[in-house]
Design a protein around this ligand. Structure first.
Ligand code: NAD
Length: 515
């Protein structure tokens, strides 16, 4: 089997950064270099504050990137935690590190195409294709090239052809290794994956390459969780996994609409159905629908694939999952407006939660934005927005850009206000909408009091009407707590032990993977 000394990951985003950091952390003998064309991103990965927030990530990056000294800590008894030298780097020198790598992971963005052929459903392969071209030019002969991005089925064939054009006669093995981590639980998902999927060609060299990649994961993932398939199955499986997760959410949201008309309670229905072991109880929470950068684009990619294969009925079946998702979100907003006597004139509504789910600052495809947009169209006195994980300055700019106007914010004569405090956001509000499942909004009384808890129930179950009420007076100002169990300002010798404990504890968490 090929000896792996250096791995280069192209793309330092939500997937590339955490994945490379965990691979480096678990394989101290391998040098892992993450490259990106965005110098600001790279600078932030090289700083003490990575560009994305994920519980545990900053510590893993720090240990792998900066190394650590040997330490023995009280709780470990006799055991000493060995020192380690740095083996994780972030750089903008893309061609150099591609050229030095035995394995190149491609983890760049593959969004939905928004213009040209297939606009609205096909995958935009611009970034992926550009990187494939760079890899073709600079990779060393025999390097293993890995699709980490989510790509349409049969992309490996296009890569093979591109490589052959740029480097005729040079052999590269191409693998598919889709990522299943979810935003908000990325580190845990990477450390304790349900499975690692590696697709290869069924040739002897294809299988050797798959083995080499499996050995990297084998440093911490039990062998029975590393699945090897043919490359097309692996590419397709990622799209299918996300589409089926999203389908469950749309299914239960469609049932929520029936519940509201019949007096059934969707939470009770979901629990009863979920007890059936064949169905299971995960992903059966009714609500305002799914968001995030992956579900919608991956279903649409499946729709496009079906259409291009002439499978119209199949395409229509999957498209309906997206339609139902938009219906669930809009139904919720319309109920809020209805509860306010069909007018928001002179009224204030508060939206708690702007990211697409809790514990992340990722706002891509967040349903909250569409809800804010619809509420603003009603001409309210104020729409107040608060999110514990999102930077208010970034939120302001992003919402302004997405809503395409200069007169959006209250300071500019519009009606939108971003708050840094939930109580201030809720003061004098006629309706509080809980649009993200942050614990502090719903399940940890008395932080928000009864009115917000009722609104939380509305958002969560999709069955109760949105609460039109005045916000309760703050009971206690709790402030934002840092969910990271070992967030220290300076690296300390206890970090490794704390990390070790955290890793062990989080292994037993009930894990729900979304992306
Ligand atoms: P991202 O937008 O966060 O990061 C992509 C990075 O690639 C950016 O930093 C960008 O600057 C860089 N890039 C683009 N073109 C480049 C080029 N030519 N050279 C060098 N760098 C380049 O994207 P992401 O969320 O990390 O997603 C990456 C892939 O992983 C996508 O295919 C996505 O579908 C898939 N995925 C994402 C998630 C998730 O939770 N976000 C989960 C599983 C899979």
């Amino acid at each position: 089997n090929p000896v792996i000394r250096t791995i280069c990951c192209v793309g330092a985003g939500y997937v590339g950064g955490p994945t490379a950091a965990v691979i480096a952390f678990q394989n101290p003998h391998i040098r892992v270099v993450v490259v990106d064309k965005d110098p600001v991103r790279i600078r932030r990965w090289n700083s003490r504050h990575p560009p994305i927030y994920e519980p545990g990530l900053a510590d893993i990056v720090r240990i792998a990137r900066d190394g650590s000294r040997e330490c023995s800590v009280e709780d470990t008894g006799d055991k000493k935690i060995p020192s380690r030298t740095p083996n994780l780097m972030f750089s903008t020198d893309i061609s150099r590190y591609i050229g030095e790598a035995d394995i190149v992971l491609i983890a760049v963005n593959t969004p939905t195409k928004y213009r040209g052929a297939g606009a609205g459903s096909a995958t935009d392969m611009t970034a992926f294709e550009a990187v494939t071209g760079e890899v073709a030019q600079h990779a060393r002969p025999g390097a293993i090239i890995v699709e980490k991005s989510t790509v349409p089925c049969r992309t490996a064939q296009l890569m093979q052809e591109t490589m052959a054009v740029h480097r005729p006669g040079v052999h590269f093995e191409i693998l598919s290794n889709p990522e299943f981590l979810a935003a908000g639980t990325a580190v845990n998902d990477l450390l304790y994956p349900d499975r690692v999927l590696i697709g290869s060609l069924p040739t002897a060299s294809g299988q050797r390459a798959a083995e080499a990649l499996a050995a990297i994961y084998g440093a911490w993932v039990p062998r029975h969780r590393i699945l090897t398939t043919n490359v097309w199955s692996s590419e397709l499986a990622k799209l299918v996994a996300n589409s089926m997760l999203a389908q469950r959410i749309s299914s239960i949201n469609s049932i929520a609409a029936i519940c509201e008309r019949t007096g059934a309670d969707v939470d009770e229905v979901a629990a009863s159905v979920g007890y059936d072991a064949r169905i299971g109880n995960k992903f059966l929470k009714a609500g305002i629908g799914f968001g995030g950068s992956c579900f919608k684009k991956d279903i649409l990619s499946l729709v496009y694939l079906s259409e291009s294969l002439g499978l119209e009925e199949v395409a229509e079946y999957w498209r309906q999952v997206v339609t139902m998702n938009e219906y669930a979100r809009d139904r919720f907003t319309h109920r809020v407006v209805k509860c306010l006597n069909n007018t928001l004139r002179g009224k204030k509504a508060t939206v708690l939660g702007y990211a697409f789910k809790k514990n992340t600052s990722d706002t891509r495809e967040s349903p909250a934005l569409e809800i804010i947009k619809t509420l603003l169209e009603e001409g309210p006195r104020e729409i107040a927005v608060f999110d514990p994980c999102c930077n208010p300055v970034v939120m302001r700019e992003e919402i302004k850009e997405l809503l395409g106007g200069d007169r959006v914010l209250r300071s500019e004569g519009g009606s939108l206000e971003i708050y840094t405090n939930a109580y201030e956001a809720c003061a004098d509000s006629n309706a509080i909408l809980i649009t993200t499942d942050f614990d502090e909004f719903g399940s940890r009384p008395p932080i928000m009091g009864g009115a917000a808890a009722a609104a939380a129930a509305a958002a969560k179950s999709g069955t109760a009407p949105a609460t039109a009420t005045t916000a309760p007076a703050p009971v206690k100002k709790t402030g934002k707590t840092d969910p990271r169990p070992f967030a220290t300002a300076e690296p300390s010798e206890n970090d490794l032990l704390a990390l070790h404990k955290y890793l062990i504890n989080s292994a037993t968490d009930d894990k729900v993977s979304e992306d």
